[in-house]
Design a protein around this ligand. Structure first.
Ligand code: COA
Length: 208
């Protein structure tokens, strides 16, 4: 049996849509694919993170993204790595407040994620929305597992993982890290009390 037949329907291509969500206080949140026009703003976002947040996001002493990494995000990685950004909309004003990346391993039926939210906007549900948007997009590719890794002491990320129903497990390769895993269960087989990531996202969705 091939891996593709184990995970069911053939993987669909990347969904380049925007998720427009309610953020509260009259604000909306767009979660959308990164474009070439965002390269400078993405770099500003990374530079503006606190040293601790950057350390947590990149698992080391990164101050900014390299040109190679930006190019990789903007298409160098073909149809495997997908970068997203989160913009807050205040009337006509759009401000990038978060970013996330997910990478699809089609043979394994798994999607890996990483994300960050600007310090001033943390604690307002943006990390949850980014993770639900990734999980929903991942489920649409027929992936069965969403996973990520983070430093053991990263309390905000571990709390976020718990909130979205991800299990935190031992990391086999690096004792500094833990592995977060969330099964992507389709609506058809989900426990009726559990919402799928797409259903959770729909509760916050605004007309685009
Ligand atoms: C982890 C991170 C993305 C969370 O983003 P966020 O927008 O603040 O997340 P949310 O507002 O959706 O919060 C989700 C839950 O996390 C928990 N949480 C958020 N900030 C927290 C903090 N500072 N301390 C403890 N728990 C926290 C809360 O339980 C919250 O749920 P609740 O509001 O229902 O109580 C953000 O802290 C961040 O960018 N950190 C730096 C980068 C990083 O660590 N990335 C992870 C590596 S993959």
């Amino acid at each position: 049996m091939t891996a593709a037949s184990i995970i069911g329907a053939p993987a669909r291509p990347f969904q380049p849509r925007t998720d427009r969500l309610r953020l509260g206080a009259g604000l909306a949140l767009d979660i959308r694919p990164l474009t070439a026009a965002d390269a400078g703003t993405l770099q500003d976002h990374v530079r503006a993170l606190s040293a601790r947040s950057r350390h947590n996001r990149y698992l080391g002493g990164v101050n900014e993204l390299s040109r190679t990494e930006i190019d990789r995000l903007l298409g160098g990685a073909g149809d495997t790595v997908f970068p997203l950004v989160a913009d807050v909309l205040d009337g006509e004003r759009r401000t990038m407040v978060g970013e996330a990346v997910y990478a699809i391993d089609r043979a394994a039926g798994a999607v890996e994620f990483a994300l960050s939210v600007n310090e001033d906007w943390q604690g307002r549900g943006i990390g949850t929305a980014l993770l639900d948007s990734i999980a929903c997009r991942a489920a649409e590719t027929s992936a069965r597992l969403l996973h990520g890794e983070t430093l053991r002491g990263n309390a905000p990320m571990l709390a976020l993982a718990g909130k979205v129903g991800a299990a935190v497990r031992h990391h086999r390769g690096d004792p500094r890290l833990v592995r977060m895993e969330r099964e992507l269960v389709s609506a058809a087989v989900a426990n009726v009390r559990d919402l799928t990531p797409c259903e959770r996202l729909d509760l916050r969705r605004l007309a685009a």
